[in-house]
Ligand binder design. Structure first.
Ligand code: C5P
Length: 232
């Protein structure tokens, strides 16, 4: 019974890192491999959910048995995510979204300057997709569970958990999956450690293990939220 904890639920998962174009051949990107998001999509599928995976740049094989949409930039991810979220019972926002993008995209490949001056890249803010999904839920009165991610490092005055609690409140999502990132701690690796914070129940519990094990834990936590799972 536990294996089908999300039977029939429509689950949207975003995964991977966005790429923000500078010109036709260059981009600003990040080190996200997409492995955790893809593991979550598989775990939700295995729990009986009808999964829609929106994948930005990933370095892992895309899974079978689900709908997949490919995107590149944050704004493409935003458009696809908002549309898909309108038809989802659960939204898992695991993608690593660039906070900024170059304010202009060259139509042609940028050339080295002839006069020795170095180019300057000006960045502008990308939309916060997660916040947009939370806002859309309020506007449409959707019955939807929204899961955000946070990769934090502590500082001398604040623990990683303090940052996670603050982010959960600020983003307005229902669950926050908190990763502590240090050099080499999470990105691209096969094992990980998370704490899942619930806004609805106040529950804070963690798991460590492979990204598949952590994904199964997170999916069980999602299914255990009031009004979400099908099990008892
Ligand atoms: O604020 P921060 O980037 O740490 O928040 C991380 C969470 O917000 C993740 O769930 C990420 O997918 C999401 N996010 C987003 N749009 C952005 C930046 C982050 O949806 N522009």
């Amino acid at each position: 019974r536990e294996a089908r904890a999300l039977a029939g639920r429509r689950v949207l998962v975003t995964a991977g890192g966005t790429r923000e174009a500078l010109d036709p051949v260059r981009f600003l990107g990040n080190r996200s491999s997409g492995k955790q998001g893809i593991a979550l999509a598989r775990a939700a599928r295995d729990a009986g959910a009808q999964v829609h995976l929106i994948a930005a740049h990933v370095e892992a094989e895309l899974p079978q048995g689900m709908r997949i949409t490919r995107v590149s930039s944050a704004r493409e991810l935003q458009e696809a995510s908002l549309a898909a979220a309108g038809e989802s019972d659960v939204v898992i926002m695991a993608a690593a979204v660039a906070d900024y993008r170059p304010d202009t995209v060259g139509e042609h490949k940028m050339k080295k300057s002839e006069d020795g001056t170095d180019p300057v890249i000006r960045l502008i803010r990308n939309p916060d997709i997660l916040r947009g999904i939370v806002a859309q839920r309020e506007e449409r009165g959707l019955d939807q569970l929204i899961v955000g991610f946070a990769a934090e490092t502590g500082d001398p005055e604040h623990s990683v958990l303090d940052f996670g609690r603050a982010k959960l409140r600020r983003k307005g999502c229902d669950l926050l999956v908190l990763n502590e990132v240090g050099t080499d701690k999470v990105f691209g690796r096969d094992d990980t450690e998370v704490v899942v914070l619930s806004a609805r129940t106040g529950d804070e519990s963690g798991a460590r293990g492979s990204k598949d094990e952590v994904a199964r834990f997170v999916v069980a936590r999602i299914a255990g939220e009031p009004g979400v799972g099908t099990g008892g």
